[in-house]
Design a binder for this molecule. Structure first.
Ligand SMILES: [Zn+2]
Length: 259
């Protein structure tokens, strides 16, 4: 049974600042309590001797995880590392899975925790930041943000929601539901995820091809190199249908499955 408390007396005595405590406590919690959403192995390990960013991996299926924690709810954007490195990792299919933890530094409980599977990390959700100013120590350095609003709901899998633990089997089912994206090339995967996001944003589960065409400008902006956006939309709807995310009701009419 997963314990939602982060508190450890020893860590509290050893560290004076709450941000240091939070970092250590959240990492300790993660390697002692968290399971692998992909294979349900009950333990996730951390890579030793990596001082900068603590990364984790599943000793059973080798999935890699990065944990980001905050005492505020994650809403729009998350700060990440260097922009070009991130884009290179996306193209090489080497991004980790991101766990986002929201904790309270009053009662030191995990309030919310969700995972963004690596196959939802695409160039469409990465925002380039302004280069650091000349006065900064690393001037000229360009970072990036992860845009949470550009990720479809299917790509944000809840593990803890409002201090309630979601069943492991449900988490695993959600992971598997979209796992087909992992087999796609990174460029195609971005399209599938972006079109799914548009479909989710429609007011009804039932919709028409015309409804999705309304997102043409949005999709064009995310994929400026592609001039045949409508054809791409149709192709993506087919991929989503083939993987049981959508149903084709009749010509030009669709329905989202289990929204
Ligand atoms: Zn695993």
């Amino acid at each position: 049974m997963v314990n939602l408390s982060l508190y450890e007396k020893g860590v509290f005595e050893q560290y004076k600042s709450n941000s240091q405590r939070a970092r250590v406590l959240s990492e300790n919690w993660f390697s002692s309590q968290m399971y692998c959403p992909c294979c349900l192995n009950l333990k996730i390990d951390d890579y030793p001797n990596n001082e900068k960013v603590k990364d984790f991996f599943c000793p059973n299926c080798s999935n890699e995880f990065q944990l980001k924690s905050s005492n505020k709810k994650f809403t729009k954007r998350i700060l990440d590392g260097e922009f070009n490195t991130m884009m290179r990792f996306i193209n090489l299919n080497k991004t980790p899975n991101f766990f986002l933890m929201h904790y309270s530094n009053e009662d030191w409980f995990v309030k919310n925790l969700f995972i963004i599977p690596k196959f939802f990390i695409t160039s469409s959700i990465i925002e380039k930041r302004k280069p650091l100013s000349d006065t900064a120590r690393r001037h000229g350095w360009v970072g990036c943000n992860i845009l949470l609003n550009n990720i479809p709901d299917e790509g944000k899998i809840n593990i803890i929601k409002d201090e309630k633990l979601i069943e492991m089997e449900i988490v695993n089912k959600k992971w598997n539901k979209m796992f087909f994206l992992n087999k796609q090339k990174p460029s195609l995967r971005g399209w599938t995820s972006d079109v799914l996001k548009c479909v989710e944003d429609l007011p009804e589960d039932k919709f028409t091809l015309k409804d999705v065409y309304k997102f043409k400008d949005y999709l064009e902006e995310l994929h400026p190199e592609n001039k045949r956006v409508e054809a791409k939309i149709r192709q993506q709807l087919q991929i989503l249908r083939d993987n049981h995310i959508l149903k084709f009701v009749s010509r030009g009419n669709y329905r989202l499955v289990n929204k």
